[in-house]
Design a protein around this ligand. Structure first.
Ligand code: ATP
Ligand code: MG
Length: 505
């Protein structure tokens, strides 16, 4: 398949990893020691709470401290606004057509939901990011048009639900050749203000599955993904483009050991599924971390819905931020070290960021650029031919009084025709690709309608239309392959064939 994205330059980005240590809760303060020391805004130390090792460590001159360095470290006194200052620049790129992902990672009760959703007095990153997006749009000096839409889903027990639908059915993931992983049938609501998204966010949160567990009174039982899409129509005369930025904000479900949460039955089953996807996420982080260090490693995205949804954020087109949340309580030592270990590995992960430039307008811009290039090429060839022609003239006057050089004119004409033909072919290829893009969009709508519509007669009509579209796509692709082959053949073939005898002349 040809790439139909804009040939915008790709930039390799490294995952930005920040650590947020929450304060001890009232109850913890009575029975726990603080084992976290935030050294400065980048370094954190975890103390081993096992005092019995103290003596051994002292005589062997060992340190019990584990020290880690990250892009940002936030101590217990920091607010969500402080954390947000470290990630704001990533969010700002969304209105310029860039993708961004922010996810909180940590054990149950470590403060993921607090960081992402927050409270009235300390709004979380979801709320703060939304405010930034609308603020940037409001203050934008260009005459561009902006359109913002949002969707909110949860993955509960390996099933995807739409949090913006009152009684959402199970939604399926689909791999779209153009848009990557998409959730079929997920509602995307157009919004005009941050307040409206906040309303939707609160509505979604009220539908989200939470449980009271031993480890956390309001433990999230599902992974939640809030996605904000910003479509920017540029009005610049020369670059009539559409930029599409996407921001995914993810609050993961709580991971815990069954023994810790005192859970059984449904809770135990939820826990097993949550742990399965978190394990898959940890394995992906591990593999991607290795990947950068040791060459290619298999990344098990397919092991859970969560990792498939997060695939772009972990290795694709996204500027990604991981907020590792930790508890300072000594009884959370193993969880804390585990979280920091994965966060440390995540520092190695690289993504490839590029602007998403709208396809229809991309074609116009791209097409213009290609014609310009070809015209430069025609001028160059004409000049080269004129030089050869005068050279041949001189030689022919000297050596051959007949001076038969009319074939040079033929060559010049043929080269021009060849270039013109290629321009036409490229035009046709763009049109084919555009038609197929429309076909695929229709295909997706049809698929959604087929799933939803229970009426057999309607389903039959939809299915036959679907088959027609599929046939069209296949035919267009075949024609496109032929066109591309011609376009990939060297432009100057005829020129070289003629140049050889000319040099020997
Ligand atoms: N920075 C903070 N300041 C004050 N309280 C916090 C902070 N972070 C977390 N808490 C409190 O700690 C408790 C657990 O936080 P939260 O529910 O965010 O954890 P979680 O990581 O989302 O857990 P789970 O994985 O079980 O959903 C809550 O009572 C929350 O209010
Ligand atoms: Mg939570």
């Amino acid at each position: 398949m040809p790439s139909i994205r804009a040939p915008a330059s790709k930039k390799t980005a490294t995952l930005l990893v920040a650590v947020k240590c929450r304060p001890l809760t009232e109850a913890e303060r009575r029975r726990n020691r603080n084992i976290i020391q935030v050294i400065d805004d980048k370094n954190v130390v975890v103390l081993d709470p096992d005092l019995s090792k103290d003596y051994l460590d002292r005589i062997q001159n060992r340190t019990k401290e584990k020290r880690y360095c990250f892009d940002h470290v936030f101590g217990h006194a920091c607010t969500n606004s402080d954390v947000y200052k470290g990630v704001r620049s990533t969010i700002a790129g969304v209105i310029q057509g860039l993708n961004a992902t922010v996810f909180a990672y940590g054990s149950t009760g470590s403060g993921k939901t607090y960081t992402m959703v927050g409270t009235q007095n300390d709004p979380g990153l979801m709320v703060l990011s939304l405010n930034t997006i609308f603020e940037l749009i409001k203050n934008d000096r260009s005459s561009d048009n902006f359109e913002v839409s949002c969707s909110y889903l949860e993955v509960y027990n390996e099933v995807i639900y739409d949090l913006l639908e009152k009684s959402s059915g199970h939604l399926e993931l689909r791999e779209d050749p153009e848009h990557g992983i998409v959730v079929a049938g997920l509602r995307s609501i157009k919004v005009q203000s941050a307040d409206r998204i906040l309303e939707l966010l609160n509505l979604g949160n009220s539908r989200r599955k939470t449980e009271s567990t031993e480890a956390n009174a309001t433990s999230s039982r599902s992974h939640a993904v809030l996605e904000i899409n910003v479509k920017r129509k540029q009005k610049n005369q020369n670059r009539n483009q559409i930029l599409r930025g996407k921001l995914a904000l993810v609050d993961l479900a709580g991971s815990e050991r069954a023994s810790e949460t005192n859970s059984g039955g449904q809770k135990l089953r939820d826990g097993a599924n949550i742990n399965r996807s978190l394990l898959a996420l940890a394995n992906c982080i591990n593999a991607l971390g290795k990947h950068q260090k040791k060459g290619l490693a298999y990344v098990p995205y397919r092991n859970s819905k969560l990792t498939r949804i997060l695939k772009d954020g972990l290795s694709g087109n996204s500027q990604t931020v991981m907020i590792a949340t930790i508890s300072p309580a000594d009884d959370q030592y193993h969880h804390t070290v585990n979280t920091l270990k994965y966060a440390d590995r995540a520092k190695e992960i690289k993504t490839h960021v590029h602007k998403n430039i709208g396809i229809i307008d991309l074609h116009v811009a791209d097409y213009q650029k290609m014609i310009d290039n070809l015209q430069v090429e025609v001028c160059r060839l004409r000049k080269e031919l004129a030089e050869k022609e005068s050279h041949v003239n001189v030689q022919s006057v000297e050596k051959n009084s007949d001076g038969e050089i009319s074939w040079l004119n033929t060559l010049s004409q043929e080269t021009s025709e060849n270039v013109q033909e290629r321009i036409n072919l490229q035009k046709a290829l763009f049109e084919l690709e555009e038609t197929n893009l429309r076909n695929r969009t229709e295909l997706q709508h049809l698929d959604d309608a087929i799933i939803k519509d229970k009426d057999d007669a309607i389903a039959l009509v939809l299915k036959s239309r679907r088959q027609l579209i599929l046939d069209n796509i296949r035919d267009n692709e075949e024609t496109g392959t032929v066109y591309r082959k011609v376009l990939e053949s060297p432009l100057l073939v005829c020129f070289h064939i003629f140049v050889a005898p000319m040099n020997e002349y």
